[in-house]
Ligand binder design. Structure first.
Ligand code: GLY
Length: 311
């Protein structure tokens, strides 16, 4: 099977001055993942590599440079899901981990449970050989400045470099047909300590089923949870696959993946009046994406092997 990869750096009101940085971050993430997939490597390795690039880049709200919570600390969530087994590994409210995707993967592969939070997750991470850092090391100058302005004034989007919901994610399929999806986030700015958004919740911020496709979401977590957006999009992919197989689908020039992505974001707007976006691969590796924010940072590997990025 031909491998496929799609990544995102969040759907938000990306200001003009951040467009180049977002595109370049997505390009580097694609390059990291594709260097593994194109050589026959595993989809899990590829999305881990891609998400780590995005987590390390402070232009995105994940890992280093994440939004700060009300107490002025970074608290990160991440998930990775295996489409073959439907097993996920998720970690939430991490305060001492540079790359939360590593903890999610360790939970996926080495833990009897599917989700760990807070201190328990960090203890498990350390036991698995993942280094813990000083919480201060996750705070970027821009994140700190935004938090100080909020504290001294009032919480307002303009204090946050415009990246109010710049979650990151990736979906990949490898030559063997293994499908994995992942999402990583610092959550929302000035959130209450202990708040968990959609991102690490199976079916909300991420879902993968090899029979239909894989999805990673971005946007306002409290709304995305209401419509279980990632699973909703995968269900739409499954329905369109059935339509194609039975000949009931009408060819309209738009891929079924693209239609599923649009329909899920339409449902988000209709039922919650919120904004967000998602990326997906259907089970054949065709990409899809949609958002109802002014912009979304995303990228995918085109059929000819070129890395396509857009904001
Ligand atoms: N979508 C990220 C969050 O709300 O935490």
């Amino acid at each position: 099977m031909k491998p496929a990869l799609i990544v995102h750096g969040g759907a938000w009101d990306i200001p003009d001055e951040a467009v180049d940085a977002c595109k370049s971050g997505c390009r580097r993430a694609l390059a990291a993942g594709w260097s593994i997939l194109s050589k026959g490597g595993n989809a899990l390795e590829a999305i881990e590599a891609a998400v780590m690039v995005l987590e390390d880049d402070p232009v995105f709200d994940a890992g280093y440079g994440s939004h700060l919570n009300r107490d002025g600390r970074v608290e990160c969530d991440a998930i990775v899901m295996n489409g073959a087994t439907l097993r996920a590994g998720a970690a939430s409210t991490l305060q001492r981990v540079k790359n939360p995707i590593l903890v999610a993967r360790a939970i996926l592969e080495k833990c009897p449970h599917m989700m760990l939070v807070g201190e328990g997750a960090e203890r498990f991470a350390r036991e698995q050989g993942i280094a813990l850092c000083d919480p201060e090391e996750l705070i970027s100058d821009a994140g700190q400045e935004a938090w100080l302005r909020c504290r001294n004034d009032k919480h307002a989007a303009e204090h946050h470099r415009g990246h109010e919901q710049g979650t990151v994610g990736a979906v990949a399929i490898d030559r063997e047909g293994n499908l994995f999806a992942a999402t990583s986030t610092g959550g929302t700015c000035c959130k209450l300590p202990g708040r968990v958004g959609d991102s690490p919740l199976i079916g909300c911020g991420c879902y993968a089923d090899s029979e239909a496709g894989g999805v990673s979401c971005t946007g306002y977590g409290e709304a995305i949870m209401k419509i279980v957006m990632a699973k909703t999009a995968v269900d739409l992919l499954r329905e369109s696959a059935i339509c194609m197989a039975t000949g009931a689908g009408e060819p309209c020039g738009v891929s079924s993946g693209q239609l599923a992505a649009r329909e899920a974001v339409h449902l988000l707007a209709k039922r919650t009046h919120a904004t967000g976006g998602l990326i997906l691969l259907d089970c054949h590796g065709h990409p899809g994406f949609a958002f109802n924010t002014p912009r979304m940072a995303y990228g995918y590997v085109a059929l000819d092997g070129n890395l396509v990025t857009a904001v």
